[in-house]
Design a protein around this ligand. Sequence first.
Ligand SMILES: *Cc1c(COP(=O)(O)O)cnc(C)c1O
Length: 350
Amino acid sequence: MLSKRMQELSPYVAGEQPRDRQYIKLNTNENPYPPTRKVAEKLRNFNCEKLKLYPDPRMTRFRQVIAEREGVAEEWVFAGNGSDEVLAFCFYAFFDSVLFPELTYSFYPVYCDFYSIPYSTVPVKADLSIDLESFLQHKEPVILSNPNSPTGMYIEPAEIRSFLDRCDPDRVVVIDEAYIDFGGESCAAFLQSFSNLVVVRTLSKSHSLAGLRLGYALASPELINALFTVKDSFNSYPVHTLAQELGVEALLDSDANLKNRQRIMENRSWTAESLSEMGFKVLPSMANFIFCSLPGRNGSWIYQELKKRGILVRYFDREKLKAFVRISIGTRSEMQTLLGAVKELIGEVT
Ligand SMILES: *Cc1c(COP(=O)(O)O)cnc(C)c1O
């Protein structure tokens, strides 16, 4: 009954979204703070009448607001239903083959399988950081997540710029900046110098809008046009009217989000410090999560023990990652609860 293509699919496995009981959810890097007051107000005042029409297929207003923020023309912006969709379109539009780090966002190989795009991976360094120099020994287009997931580790834009300087100008380089707003600096500043550069972002994490599904890409008009061609060959209206309007409001109200991002960064530092004091090895993170391990234990054990105590984190069943858990940064009180549970499970409670 099923197509051959279908029988060979192996989908991405998203973090648990349990419905059975109330957990402290630190497993999917959602923002623990609510969307801003202005976004909530916009939602309350939304005129339902508008839904009788199809949404704007070009997402004009939303793209204009992004273009203004970035200081580019609107032809440099594409937007879609979450950055996962934007990334899926990038894979289709730009890659006949592709190169990415051995350890990175696990959706990348899934897109490759979906479209039958051959891919190669570049080993990470011993400290799990990305070895950008090694990418120069290959010719294929590149996709990188910066900061990377699940490690949280960050490459300085100067290093990426020096990489772009030495790349063939036709070699597409996609930088997935899903976590760039938690202390990192964007590569969008290089767009005018490199017409092969694509920067992909999302409102899911930085703007507390994971449930609304909004992501976007910044690139030269030739590449952006290709993304529109892919979208219009698949679904003309992937982003509904309400999402477009709330997205505009969220972007215009970014200052309010900034405070929440600062709180997340503060929570990140003291959580990392506290875990280190308890004997954890914590990788340096520029994202809204930390990646850490406890000598003598593996990630799945930590995951199980925390789950028993009502806290969800994420572990990864791969050789180089299996010692670790990835812990999303929640509110201060959620992190206090986490640290209490950790203390208990390593037997420090007297
Ligand atoms: C969360 C995440 C995304 C997807 O974000 P959405 O916009 O919610 O689809 C993309 N890339 C990376 C690296 C992520 O962690």
